[in-house]
Design a protein around this ligand. Structure first.
Ligand code: ZN
Ligand code: ZN
Length: 460
């Protein structure tokens, strides 16, 4: 079992600002976290940061501190009431990046108390920071043993992954990318687990690029099979693949390219709970589906699991073969920014129509005739030039968040491409105040709950 912790950028900034306010004394904080548990990873999701108050510190020096018991008991009580994990954080002098022998001794007692005070099967953890970008974490288990954390993730305008070990060397194959961005990015790409939802025009172009960039592990989600008419846009496909699962075609493409990308294919739509739960294994996702139902699931996942989603879409308006407009967008979904509902990109009436269509097509048809359900869009125009441009834009967005190459001032959560005007625009919308998903602080980092994502799921 791997252990990890994920922060939204604002919580991470709050934490390190508090920890490093005074260079002459160790400082501490508690984190309360939701949990995401998959077959091989327990991921803590930071929901609340509680600085330890100066009045609760009995004594503190450059390499020691002692805290009033009432202080951590309060935090544990809140963790128990809200069914969250408890994390203890403290700062160290720069030259001591690891937990000390004294930390080991104190924390055994602290986490024995945590397991007594906080009910439920949740792991608790501790972090030590020797500088704002040097966190070290470990999970404390119920039996008093501890496991080093694999990675501390920070997601926001920048994505940062503080890993315990760097996984491999840079094969010379990638040297032109290394020339551009340096070796750090190449290591990072190799360590990533990236999900692509939808393996059609945009999804296959994203996959082609991520495989060639050297991403370590791709999870491909699509329940569809290829039709001959898809070959005009789907990378890796040929006319003879008619009837083959789209995810299998991309899996074969990765094998053929041979750069060592691990591929997990999920030949099922994420509107099935069993498939959607596998999304939790990823570091972030690319949303390449056409349907609003699938997008509504990604919208929730981004918030509940602190899981960024680069969601994209392209719309060609054409009348009698004459182009009116070609608009594409890449929207980055994550806590703190407007979701697809707030942006009017999806709406609950159309989602209901899609759900009804999937579960009871006859009833959907009669409701549509009576005007109770909106019409679903039919087959829309699509051209490889634009689906590929959008995919490139989404992958570029990722490269910026990993490296910051567009500079600190570039703060954006949506890129709009107005192809017929040769224009690109960006925006950064805040959540609508009344949005029940992205503006609701109760949902950010909520993690596993029953039912999954607080949604009703279709019958498997
Ligand atoms: Zn310490
Ligand atoms: Zn919203």
């Amino acid at each position: 079992m791997r252990y990890s912790i994920t922060f939204a950028e604002d919580n991470y900034e709050t934490l390190v600002r508090h920890l490093f306010l005074d260079a002459n004394a160790e400082r501490a904080a508690y984190l309360l976290c939701g949990v995401s548990r998959t077959a091989d990873e327990t991921r803590l999701l930071v929901r609340e940061v509680h600085p330890v108050l100066v009045s609760d510190v009995v004594s503190a020096s450059v390499n020691h501190m002692s805290i009033n018991a009432a202080s951590f008991m309060r935090a544990m009580k809140r963790a128990d009431r809200l069914k969250m994990s408890f994390v203890f954080v403290h700062s160290h002098p720069t030259s001591f990046p690891e937990h000390s022998a004294q930390d080991d001794e104190e924390e055994v007692k602290l986490f024995r108390t945590a397991y007594l005070r906080i009910e439920g099967e949740r792991a608790h953890a501790s972090l030590v920071f020797s500088s704002p970008d040097r966190p070290r974490g470990r999970a404390w288990l119920r039996d008093g043993s501890k496991v080093e954390m694999d990675v501390v993730r920070v997601i926001g305008q920048r994505f940062r992954f503080f890993r315990r070990t760097s996984c491999c060397s840079n094969p010379p194959l990638f040297h032109r990318q290394v020339q551009a961005f340096g070796g750090g990015l190449q290591h990072e790409l190799r360590s990533l687990r990236v999900g692509i939802v939808g393996a059609g025009g945009t999804g296959s172009a994203v996959a082609e690029q991520l495989i060639r960039l050297g991403v370590g592990h791709l999870y491909l989600f699509d329940g569809d099979t290829l039709e001959k008419s898809n070959v005009t846009r789907v990378y890796g496909s040929g006319v003879s693949d008619d009837g083959c699962a789209k995810v299998t075609i991309l899996g074969n493409l990765a094998k053929k390219i041979g750069l060592g990308t691990e591929i997990t294919t999920i030949n099922r739509f994420i509107t099935y709970r069993g498939a959607a739960e596998i999304l939790r294994a990823c570091d972030f996702l690319f949303g390449c589906t056409d349907d609003e139902w699938g997008r509504s699931i990604l919208t929730r996942l981004a918030i509940y699991y602190l899981m960024p989603v680069f969601d994209m879409g392209v719309k060609i308006s054409s009348a009698n073969g004459i182009i009116e407009s070609i608009h594409g967008r890449v929207t980055t979904l994550m806590p703190g920014s407007a979701c697809l509902f707030c942006r009017g990109r999806i709406n609950s009436d159309r989602i209901s129509a899609e759900i009804m269509q999937a579960s009871d097509p006859e009833r959907a048809e009669s409701l549509r005739k009576e005007g109770y359900l909106p019409e679903l869009p039919g087959v829309a125009p699509a051209v490889i030039t634009f689906t590929t441009a959008l995919a490139s834009s989404a992958v570029t967005e990722l490269l910026h968040r990993l490296t910051g190459f567009m500079g600190k001032d570039r703060v954006s959560t949506e890129v709009l491409h107005l192809f017929e005007q040769s224009r690109v625009r960006t925006n950064n919308r805040e959540p609508n105040l009344d949005c029940g998903i992205c503006a609701n602080r109760e949902k950010g980092g909520r993690g596993d709950c029953e039912p999954f994502l607080d949604m009703t799921w279709r019958v498997e």
